[in-house]
Ligand binder design. Sequence first.
Ligand code: SF4
Length: 352
Amino acid sequence: MSAESEILAKIHEISRPLRIMHICGTHERTISRYGLRDVLPPEIEVLSGPGCPVCVTPEKEIDRAIALAKAGIILTTFGDMMRVPGSSGSLMDARSQGSDVRMVYSIDDAIALAQKTPDKKVVFFGIGFETTAPTNAAAVLRKPPKNFSLILSHRIVPPALVELAHEINVDAFIAPGHVCAITGTQIFQQFADMGFPIVVAGFEVKDVLLSILMILEQKVAGHSIVENAYTRAVRNEGNLVAQKMMQKVFEIVDSEWRGLGVIEKSALILKPEFAEYDAGLLYSDIITEYLKDMSYSNPAASLCQCANILKGREKPENCPLFGKKCTPTTPVGSCMVSQEGMCYNWYRYRGV
Ligand code: SF4
């Protein structure tokens, strides 16, 4: 019997009604791709929370990047971000209209481009949670060339989860292993104190199943603690070097999450001492001028159920646009863009 089968058998043995939310697009990918919901006992429901950074980036932040691209600045970003809809199109649309938008695999590619083109301004549009923020902090500390700057949409996970924990009907959480590899596990202690069992999980099938089993065991034992089921990658204290770099470069501010609204102390921005690399400040006139004509009441987008999906309240198949107007090649909402998005995974692995 494989390790996965053994864990699954134990899950069935002690199963009970349970709503478990994960907060990670990569977990959703594993769960959807390997059909884990179909092999779990029917009384265990696994919900997807706001764990896909592409999905939670608000339209206005996409528009800010588009404003820079349309002003003749070379805008670099990851492939997924090029396709996320802003209020009137995506960065890919801007590129097809003549703007210089380039896909990069890392911030280092964007810096290398700035070094090669000293007569051009190059902006890197960076997104992500605690997982990716240290890479951008490290790049800033290395003092990139003067023609390089960043526009950032970094979010931090726990504040969004605090909002959801008060708002939704959920019994336990699976915490994202890659976030905890940076932050350590104790950032999730507050949820255990609130009565939610919470287990840090890796991304293989075995990891996800093990986290569900450990949550069940906590329920059986009648306690709620933070446990680490991903010890091969996550130390309780996290990555102290990465944490120091983040503290040096970023400050924490209130910020909007797509579909969730403004969440207190949930985003990272560059500290004032790094203002020379802050594209939002350097090009604030361009951005303000562009945003003043923007409307945020796109009728197609208003049918999008991403807000409810990111809160675990709705399934993609219940969205009227799912698989019709909205597909991975024609995404209406951000949840259909990335391989970490719930709608993308539902479309890709549930079949349409
Ligand atoms: S299917 Fe598309 S429009 Fe519907 S919720 Fe998902 S992303 Fe939004």
